[in-house]
Write a protein that binds this ligand. Sequence first.
Ligand SMILES: *Cc1c(COP(=O)(O)O)cnc(C)c1O
Length: 219
Amino acid sequence: MSIASNLSQVLTSIPSHIKLVAVTKTQPVEKIMELYNAGHKLFGENKVQELVSKYEQLPKDIQWHLIGHLQSNKVKLIAPFVTLIHSIDSIKLLEEVNKQAAKNNRVIDCLLQLHIATEETKFGLDTREALDLLLSRKVPELKNVRIVGLMGMASNTTNEVQIKQEFDILSKFYRFIKGEAAYVNFHFHILSMGMSSDYKLAVTAGSNLIRVGSLLFKD
Ligand SMILES: *Cc1c(COP(=O)(O)O)cnc(C)c1O
């Protein structure tokens, strides 16, 4: 199967209002160009260095998302061009994104990353920490960032019941925040969940932004 046909298979398997971030990590630019030439313009990388290098090498009408863990000292490298940061996990990081966005005269959209998996190794906030962040009095002062939604990764397991439960928890929390008057200023509209192995479960649970990598690049 070609990369272009993998892409159309994934796109036809999801409702048209759901967006696909093609995760290009570890892929060479020639392969990414196959997706681009098939009309895809929304890509994600999990490492800052790789994101910057691919941004520099590839066409400038591509939208780039940072989907992996972000260290404060690297924010300045992506602030000039990144479209969406999926991995905000502290107010300190959000403040740094705001500072670097201001230097670039930009407003950068961000998602809070929630920890929904059972593995210890995955980054992210629990729901209590996310609410504390959203209600922090510092947030309204950050004029150069917008918190537009949530991101989460399910456990790396073949147990579909467990994966579905984890996505449901995040989806419920997302809908709670969307429905609360206290958060109306947040322009909440993005729920980022679902990867190659579990995107169909994520879509069923209410995801509207899936992050698919290996499935697009498989032979
Ligand atoms: C790698 C990665 C993905 C995509 O994973 P695949 O299994 O290759 O589809 C999605 N989200 C994040 C945060 C990732 O690091």
